[in-house]
Structures are given as structure tokens and as C-alpha cells.
Design a protein around this ligand. Structure first.
Ligand SMILES: C[S@@+](CC[C@H](N)C(=O)[O-])C[C@H]1O[C@@H](n2cnc3c(N)ncnc32)[C@H](O)[C@@H]1O
Length: 408
């Protein structure tokens, strides 16, 4: 026993000088590696794919962390912003995911540049999002109206004509900057501005019983729906806030040889079910035109898939038109992956107004029962033959062969 006890120290003494130091160096090296890995887990998820690839070339630790970030990104486009993960599937080539900044609801873009903000996208829940992109939350309409206020205050909505703030109300000025031709769109009749006082808006069959915010089926048929919103007394659990609770159907993003990425159902979706909102940056018409020119140029060289959508809503009076420009190219949600189909596809678009929210939101509902594994598509608009139009690969029997394009 005694012999055994003394052995280690004897062995230690027998080791050549410097061994103890070498052990310490190994330990130090290990510690350095683990610190590097820790830092890499904090920093690398903020990088773009190219930056990540460059970082991965520097050492084994960064290569390992980069691989884990890439895997994580390919498993969830929606990050922690939605109730469900939306994975990428690619059996065609080695592109693991599409890179973009996620926003679960509309945000106001700066009109000055295309500069996109960074966003943490990697395997950690402790990440802090940059202030410019909304935190995941459930009240998207509330966030839109709050977003307008806060971004406006912080002058993120900046143009060259800030001095007209004094002569118009802030909301009015903002709406006109966004290309909304008339603010009376929202408050012409007073409807949709003041919210309901229901403690709970009760759903009875397809109707919301007694709630003044509910539009009824007639309006739904013309593609406009009213919901409760920020100025209502009811909460998010209210039966009249169907589109405000995020995505509740399983979706996936699949790569196609001709169309690039596309959004697919990963479960059966019933006709009439809410699928998702079209979220992105709300642009002024001037900015939309500027960006569209850049995107057209890049798309003609196959360098970009743009997702700038222009929505026009003609008011029943026929006097005014609401035009909204939503750009989901750099900042958007999963709806940015929905491809066009000349036959109208299986999604219908509906403008959803919420009491107290300044602007409506564009939402997608299933226009028919959609099987698991079916691609989700809608019509981008009418085809106007242009010599430089992009080819359409929707494969529908009535395909025009050219993708509709917006003459903004
Ligand atoms: C809103 S994005 C849809 C997602 C896009 N496929 C991607 O990979 O990011 C619109 C772009 O997708 C492509 N696209 C959409 N529908 C298509 C179709 N039917 N045929 C060919 N390309 C299509 C075009 O490049 C178009 O500019």
C-alpha cells in the first residue's frame, strides 16, 4: 500500500524537467479551444453564409462550429419566431439553406438603402436580436402599430422630407410615405379604428358572435377580413384574431431545379385554413421602384430571387387606391418562398384589417384542401408579355410561360 502511495510522486520526480510545464500547456491549449468555441458560438451565428465559410477555413474549432450552425439553419428557417420549425430540404445540390433576415410581421424599412441588419441564426436560445427586427411575439398587429411608433420616433423611417412632420399627423405622414394614397382608407367610416369592448369574442360556427370588429362572410368574399386588434379589449386568445398567432400548420422549404426554393405543405391543410402572412419591409413606392430596378437587373443574370410584392386595393368608392409595397427579399418570413402558379395555385390572398392598426396585412389562406407534400402557390398577377420576362415553370396546364412582373 505504502509503495503504491509513493509511486506517483516518485514517477513525477522521474519525469524529465519541463513535463509538468508541458501538461499545463496542454491544459491551457484545451482551455483556449473551449473559450474559442464559446466565443464562436456567440459570434458566428451572426455571420452571413460567405462570412461563415471564410471563418470555417481558419481552424478546426471554427469549422466544427460553422458546421453545427449550418445544420441548425437548414433545420429551421423560422428560427424561434414561429410556433413551428420550417426546415429546408435539398436533394439537388449542396445549398443547405437560403439566407435572409426573419421578421414574423411587417416592418417599416428605411428608404435610404438596401442595408440589411444582421440577425442571430444559430444553435443558441440566449441570442439577442438587433433592435431593428421585432422579437418573436404573438401579437403581430400590435407589433406593427407599435413598430410604426417606435421606428418613427427613432427616425428609422427616414427620408429627405422630415420637415413635413409638423404639418401632418405622424401616422398620416407615414402612410403617405408608404405609398398609401389616402389615409381615409383606414378611418373613412370610423370602422376598424376603435376596437371592441368584448372581454372575449365568442366564435359560434364560422361567425364571431356580437363582436363589431368581425367583418362577416360578405367582406371575406371580396378578400378583406376584419379582426380584433391593438385597440380592442380582448387578448390574443380571442376567436377573432385568427391570423395573429403565427404559423400553425407544418411547412417545409424544398429546392426545385427551375424555381429555386418553394414552400410546401408538410401536413394536410384544409380549405379556408390560415397558412401565413406575407411579412417583409413596407416600402414607399419610390423605394419599391428603386429596388425593383436593382432586382430586375440581378434576376436577369440569375443572381437573385426577388420577393417584392405590390398590393393594390381599390376602395368600394372607386375614389382611392391603397397601394402597399412589401419587400421580403432581404427581410421577410417563410411566405417569401411561395412560388407563382398561372392557374392561381392553392392559396388565396386576403387583406386583414385589425382594429387600431394603421395598415392591413396580406395573409394567405388555403383556397382548397392541400395534401401533405404539395407545393403552396398563388398567382403573382396578370402576365404582361415583356421581352425580358423570366420563364415560368409552374407546370400548370394554363401556364403562360412567363412570370408576371410588376411595372412599379
Ligand atoms: C417570392 S420568390 C419565391 C422563392 C424563390 N423561388 C426562391 O428561391 O427564393 C419569387 C421568385 O421565385 C422564382 N419563381 C417563382 N415562381 C416561379 C415559377 N413559377 N417559375 C419559375 N420561377 C419562379 C422567380 O425567380 C421569382 O422571382
Amino acid at each position: 500500500m505504502g509503495k503504491t502511495n509513493t509511486q506517483p510522486s516518485q514517477m513525477w520526480q522521474q519525469q524529465p524537467p519541463g513535463n509538468r510545464d508541458r501538461k499545463t500547456t496542454e491544459e491551457e491549449e484545451e482551455e483556449k479551444q473551449s473559450q474559442l468555441s464559446l466565443c464562436a458560438h456567440l459570434i458566428l451565428p451572426w455571420l452571413t453564409p460567405l462570412e461563415l465559410a471564410n471563418a470555417s477555413l481558419t481552424c478546426k474549432t471554427l469549422l466544427k462550429v460553422s458546421k453545427s450552425i449550418t445544420r441548425h439553419r437548414s433545420l429551421g428557417a423560422s428560427r424561434s419566431f414561429e410556433n413551428l420549425p420550417v426546415p429546408f430540404h435539398n436533394t439537388l445540390d449542396k445549398v443547405p439553406y437560403a439566407y435572409f433576415i426573419y421578421t414574423p410581421s411587417q416592418i417599416i424599412a428605411s428608404s435610404s438603402s438596401l442595408t440589411l441588419h444582421r440577425q442571430f441564426w444559430g444553435p443558441s436560445s440566449a441570442a439577442r436580436e438587433p433592435d431593428s427586427v421585432r422579437q418573436p411575439a404573438s401579437d403581430s398587429v400590435g407589433r406593427l402599430s407599435q413598430g410604426i411608433g417606435s421606428e418613427f420616433d427613432s427616425k428609422l423611417v427616414s427620408g429627405n422630407d422630415d420637415d413635413d412632420l409638423g404639418s401632418k399627423s405622424r401616422g398620416q405622414c407615414l402612410l403617405s410615405r408608404l405609398g398609401v394614397d389616402s389615409v381615409t382608407v383606414v378611418d373613412e367610416s370610423g370602422e376598424g379604428v376603435s376596437g371592441c369592448e368584448c372581454e372575449e369574442c365568442l366564435e359560434v360556427g364560422d361567425e364571431i358572435f356580437g363582436c363589431p370588429c368581425f367583418s362577416g362572410r360578405e367582406e371575406e368574399e371580396v378578400g378583406i377580413v376584419s379582426e380584433c386588434g391593438p385597440s380592442c379589449w380582448c387578448g390574443l386568445g380571442c376567436g377573432n384574431r385568427l391570423t395573429q398567432r403565427g404559423i400553425s400548420v407544418r411547412l417545409k422549404i424544398v429546392r426545385d431545379v427551375n424555381k429555386g426554393w418553394g414552400l410546401f405543405a408538410d401536413q394536410l391543410i384544409w380549405q379556408g385554413q390560415f397558412v401565413c402572412e406575407y411579412a417583409g419591409e413596407l416600402l414607399t413606392t419610390k423605394e419599391a421602384r428603386r429596388r425593383q430596378q436593382i432586382y430586375d437587373e440581378l434576376a436577369s443574370h440569375g443572381k437573385i430571387s426577388s420577393a417584392l410584392l405590390v398590393i393594390r386595393e381599390h376602395l368600394p368608392s372607386g375614389k382611392a387606391c391603397l397601394r402597399m409595397n412589401i419587400d421580403a427579399t432581404g427581410v421577410g418570413n417563410v411566405a417569401r418562398f411561395i412560388n407563382h402558379s398561372c392557374d392561381g395555385g392553392n392559396l388565396s390572398t386576403t387583406l386583414v384589417r385589425s382594429s387600431g392598426a394603421l395598415l392591413p396585412r396580406l395573409c394567405f389562406f388555403a383556397s382548397k384542401d392541400i395534401k401533405e407534400g404539395e407545393e403552396l402557390t398563388f398567382s403573382y398577377g396578370e402576365v404582361r408579355i415583356r421581352s425580358k420576362g423570366l420563364p415560368c415553370f409552374c407546370r400548370s396546364s394554363c401556364c403562360f410561360g412567363i412570370l408576371p412582373s410588376e411595372h412599379t
